[in-house]
Design a binder for this molecule. Structure first.
Ligand code: GUN
Length: 277
């Protein structure tokens, strides 16, 4: 068997085109959706992500402002930037690029973002709403995964979905979204025992581990839908968390690059437009 490769790039392109039309409509009504991105320090991966977000905003007609702060910036300086963006009525969405340098208190910064401008969906108000079944802003990567499943007409209800990874950015919200669609959800992590046994039961397997090639073909149930959220740099190349050979076992597989990553950006645009509504 050879998996159907899920073309995140194509699905994201359709989303971006539809969103660009909605942005244009919003602009005709006198409002230009505006995303502010705060980037602290020189993390090379973060620099690339932020540049990609800026370019995507530009293409969609969304205004973007990037505030760059020095690696050594003090907690108070960063918090004052967030406070100023909260108070700025021209800014609809605020995103603080993670990870922050180690000396900064990430949780405090995220808690300070106005939940109505929290296009990342990382504020406790928004994660709580997702958990309660009244979602507002949903984290972009897991939301993108759901939209990709939808685009391929992949049923979720009643299926066993296994998520490897329990981060606030991907694993936990991913599990909540799958649960909201009536999947039976298992969350696995670095301390899970008999991991392979569990992943082999997955109809839908989501890998958000951050380890290149972590999911081996032997961990995949034949015909399963395998979603690779990993973005790992190996010898200058971007690779996922799923070994490419898993394509011989899976029924569907997202490639890296060209899979989930593109959907993440499309969902950020969608959340920014939503924030401007
Ligand atoms: N770092 C890695 N992924 C993300 C994301 O989705 N949002 C933010 N703010 N930082 C990230």
């Amino acid at each position: 068997m050879s998996a159907i490769i899920m073309d995140g790039r194509a699905v994201a392109k359709a989303w971006k085109e539809k969103l660009a039309e909605q942005v244009a409509q919003k602009k005709r009504m006198g409002v230009t959706p505006h995303l502010a991105v705060v980037l602290v320090g020189e993390n090379p991966a973060s620099q690339v992500y932020v540049r990609n977000k800026e370019n995507a905003c530009h293409k969609a007609g969304i205004r973007s402002t990037v505030i760059r702060l020095d690696e050594t910036c003090a907690q108070e300086e960063l918090e004052n930037v967030v406070r100023a963006l909260n108070a700025d009525d021209s800014v609809h969405g605020i995103l603080v690029q993670l990870p922050l340098p180690g000396h900064l208190d990430e949780a405090r910064v995220l808690a300070l973002i106005n939940p109505d401008k929290d296009v990342d969906g990382f504020h406790a108000m928004n994660s709580g709403r997702l958990m309660n079944g009244q979602p507002r802003f949903v984290p972009c990567t897991p939301l993108g995964v759901m939209k990709l499943l939808e685009a391929y007409d992949i049923p979720v209800e009643g299926k066993h979905a296994v998520v490897i990874g329990r981060s606030n950015i991907v694993g936990k919200p991913m599990a909540m979204l799958l649960l909201a669609q009536n999947a039976t959800v298992t969350i696995c992590h670095s301390r899970t025992q008999n991991l392979d046994e569990i992943t082999r039961q997955a109809d839908i397997l989501v890998a958000a581990v951050g380890k290149p090639g972590f999911v081996k073909p032997s961990m995949v149930k034949p015909g399963a839908v395998v979603i690779d959220v990993g973005i790992n740099r190996v010898d200058g190349k971007i690779v996922g968390d799923v070994a490419p050979e898993a394509a011989e076992v899976a029924g569907f597989l997202t490639p890296v690059p060209g899979g989930v990553g593109q959907m993440t950006i499309a969902m950020l645009l969608a959340n920014t437009l939503e924030a401007a509504q």
